[in-house]
Design a protein around this ligand. Sequence first.
Ligand code: FMN
Length: 193
Amino acid sequence: MKVNIKKHTMMYPAPAVVASAYDSEGNADACTLAFATMCSHHPPAVMIAINSTLKRKTLKSILQTNEFCLAFPSADQAAEADYLGIESGYNADKLAKINYHHHKAEKVNAPIIDEFKVSLECKVMHIAEVGSHTQITGEIVNVQADEDVLDEKNRIVFEKLDPLVYDDITHSYFKTGEKISDAFKVGLKFKKE
Ligand SMILES: Cc1cc2nc3c(=O)[nH]c(=O)nc-3n(C[C@H](O)[C@H](O)[C@H](O)COP(=O)(O)O)c2cc1C
């Protein structure tokens, strides 16, 4: 039997990703986000949503520079990603606190955090105020990845990246499981019938 449960923002699975941008003095800001997804193939684009109260220093910096990077933490980086989501750049040099380093991205003026294995370089292409959050769509203009998470065709190997998963209902981090089937193929059996 189905029951109605409490309304809550949700998406399964949801990631925990890290957005980064430079502030007006060139300091690197970074904060953890669960509100993030892909949203266009041509051009390749992702969308993030950050609470609009401007208490988030990273949002202020993204809106000032119109550029940001988005990194995918691995499951073994849960503690570092969590810290970037519970402290503000207004109070601490967060990257220094977790002993993480950064360099300027290649195609945008935003910091790439060295310790995260994959980072998207994004230029802001659209901004919308949606309820409590500022929704920012970023065109992906470059992607930097550590060689050790790539296959021979330079594609990201999901299991090697081992991306961090987040559950906003219980405030918990998860690891993904193993590959179960090929997309666009496993459903073909129903098409043929
Ligand atoms: C797992 C996790 C997910 C989060 N997701 C979001 C989010 O999607 N949007 C948002 O505005 N804040 C989110 N936060 C909170 C920000 O990361 C947090 O307010 C952070 O301290 C902001 O840092 P800043 O002021 O340096 O930008 C999340 C925090 C955690 C721990």
